[in-house]
Design a protein around this ligand. Structure first.
Ligand code: DC
Length: 219
């Protein structure tokens, strides 16, 4: 079974996916993390967005794994735990553009389908219900006002010790939203048959309860 949770940056997908995976025993697959690994590896190889071909070639040397430990996902890149490094402002600043490169998307989608094979999964991303698993049993589009999304992401960064200002977070989210909605393939949009959930004025528990209800109804 596939539960697809799509939506823009900061809409709460990560938090909700984690809660629901624990409540319902589903494997949590964070597809954004796979693009973040490519962005991190590109930065480390000192490649810029102009080096598209080299970035695509680089992917063949990357082994990306998502490990699950005590309810947390560990992102492993070539044997190294990069769970923290993939969330830095540097990576966040280029990841949307990296994920717009068509061959990068094709390779990551292939990997994401492989990671989900034979499992009951809850996958969060931008194109899970539209492109990666268009036949997903459950599709949810999680949304919220942009200022609320920026506020949440800013708070999360503060808690994780990631340095930034609210304005920087808002600016990054606005740019990523714009870029994520206009990709050649797998752009951010509401999938056919998806339930739209606006979490602007909801608590995390309220959203999680609603998502659980939608999943239970579908299965
Ligand atoms: O969810 P996130 O912020 O970790 O995602 C990082 C970037 O990856 C985001 O800007 C868009 C891209 N992405 C994507 O294009 N498709 C997905 N399924 C997941 C993420």
């Amino acid at each position: 079974m596939v539960v697809a949770i799509d939506g823009p940056a900061g809409s709460g997908k990560g938090t909700i996916t984690k809660i629901i995976s624990q409540r319902m025993g589903l494997v949590n697959l964070d597809t954004g993390a796979t693009y973040r690994c490519v962005a991190l590896a590109s930065l480390r190889a000192e490649l810029t967005l102009k080096d598209e071909e080299k970035i695509v070639d680089l992917i063949d040397s990357l082994d990306i794994e998502l490990e699950h430990q005590n309810g947390e996902i560990k992102v492993i890149l070539n044997g190294e735990d990069v769970s923290k490094e993939i969330r830095t402002a540097e990576v966040t600043g280029i990841v949307s553009q990296i994920s717009s490169i068509v061959p990068v998307r094709l390779k990551m989608v292939e990997l994401q389908r492989k990671l989900a094979k034979g499992k009951d999964v809850i996958m969060e991303g931008r194109d899970i219900g539209t492109y990666v698993f268009p036949n997903a049993e459950v599709k949810i589009y999680l949304d919220a006002d942009v200022s609320e999304r920026a506020r949440r992401r800013y708070k999360e960064n503060q808690e994780k010790g990631i340095k930034c200002t609210y304005e920087e977070v808002l600016d990054n989210i606005l740019k990523r939203d714009e870029n994520d909605k206009h990709k050649e393939i797998g752009s951010l949009k509401v999938a056919d048959g998806a339930t739209i959930l606006d979490s602007t004025n909801m608590t995390i528990d309220e959203v999680a309860d609603e998502v659980e209800k939608i999943i239970k109804k579908a299965i």
